[in-house]
Design a protein around this ligand. Structure first.
Ligand code: GLV
Length: 379
């Protein structure tokens, strides 16, 4: 892992080890991928301000997220099918996050279930929730997250319909999944991945299998999921969930100031400025361009987290400088997971930590609280 010096190294390795359909599922965005690309391009366009001769010997990347101390302003984002990037992927990623003392968020659409992860790790983790048509099932999921002592519930609010991802269709990552000869040949070329999956606890949607009557195999589960997108979703549902979930609530998928104002009124502890990693509304602005106006409007009343294109400690610094409390990373750690399981996720976190720490030194700041607009060059 030591020769993996940046997230791009992990990405290249993951691309060789993980079957194409799963790698591209995580990698891709919706439609023409304009928003996916804008997320990266707009982050890269922000230039950091080099400062010299500042004593930075006492700097620290520690901060808090939702009031909890963390070693780094970073949380691992919820990613569907994480356990298909590497066998038991959710457990391994959660362990790496907890060893690094940062939060891990488990997806509703995970392979390992809430209970599997809770049994395998020592500390609480966050749980991400999709509101599905079957509200009884949603309530049961929340109750399972409570029983598993999850420390926050992250409600995804930008996916009441699915943005089309062309690559998923081309790869047969459809509903139901297509078993194609080309996929089988691809898998045969990735024996270490296949061995890991064969040894893993599960190979289907762990939070759903066994919890929905008459729906058991991947095929019928996929059909069930496709029928569960709920176009009626509204702020009333947020209220309903806030009434069931007793802990901290995070609303993920906010890009607009008006929506941010409404989110702040719900009593949620945090919101995530996000365009779902460029996977939903193609043509939407980059996450980083949406961040400053949201911080201006509601930054004093709700904690603001950021996701969308974060691949380095420099990117983390850019988002924090523009007012985010912390970042979420999805693909960056998924590449680590595909490249090397738990050690790969740990490496991804370490790479970003070192990059942030060096960037702090070279911009002359000693603490995360000191990172503000003054570390950015006005262009
Ligand atoms: C689900 O959240 C996805 O983006 O695939």
């Amino acid at each position: 892992m030591k020769t993996m010096t940046c997230i791009e190294d992990l990405r290249q390795t993951a691309r060789r080890r993980v079957p194409r359909a799963f790698f591209e599922y995580a990698e891709g965005g919706s439609y023409a991928e304009q928003t996916l690309n804008a997320n990266r391009a707009d982050l890269e366009a922000i230039k950091l301000r080099q400062r010299i001769l500042v004593d930075v010997s006492n700097r620290s990347t520690q901060t808090t997220i939702l009031g909890e101390p963390v070693s780094l302003p970073l949380a691992l984002a919820p990613i569907g099918l994480c356990g298909m990037q590497h066998g038991d992927g959710e457990i391994l990623a959660c362990r790496a996050a907890q060893e690094a003392n940062i939060p891990f968020c488990l997806s509703t659409m995970s392979i390992c279930s809430i209970e599997d992860v809770a049994q395998a790790v020592d500390k609480p983790f966050w749980f991400q929730l999709y509101v599905m048509k079957d509200r009884g099932f949603v309530r049961a999921l929340i109750e399972r997250a409570i029983a598993a002592k999850c420390s926050a519930l992250m409600l995804t609010v930008d996916l009441q319909v699915l943005g089309q991802r062309h690559r998923d269709i081309k790869n047969g990552m459809t509903v139901p999944p297509e078993l194609r000869i080309s996929n089988l040949i691809d898998i045969a070329r990735k024996p270490s991945w296949a061995l890991g999956i064969a040894r893993a606890k599960r190979r289907t949607f762990g939070n759903l299998a066994g919890h929905i009557r008459g729906v058991e195999n991947v095929n019928s589960l996929s059909y069930w999921i496709a029928g569960q997108f709920d176009e009626t979703l509204s702020w009333k549902d947020v209220e309903w969930i806030a009434g069931i979930w007793p802990g901290k609530l995070i609303l993920k998928g906010i890009l607009d100031v008006e929506d941010a104002r409404a989110a702040a009124k719900t009593g949620a502890a945090a919101l995530v400025v996000s365009n779902h990693g460029g996977r939903q509304l193609d043509g939407a602005p980059s996450s980083i361009s949406a961040l400053p106006p949201i911080v201006d409007a509601v930054g004093s009343s709700i904690e603001i987290l950021f996701d969308g294109g974060v691949r380095s400690g420099q990117d983390m610094m850019r988002a924090i400088a523009l007012g985010a409390r912390a970042c979420l990373s999805g693909r960056a750690y998924i590449y680590g997971l595909g490249a090397g399981g738990q050690a790969g996720v740990a490496r991804a976190i370490e790479i970003m930590r070192n990059e942030l720490s060096v960037s702090m030194a070279l911009t002359g700041v000693n603490s995360i609280d000191e990172i503000d607009g003054s570390v950015i060059v006005e262009m």
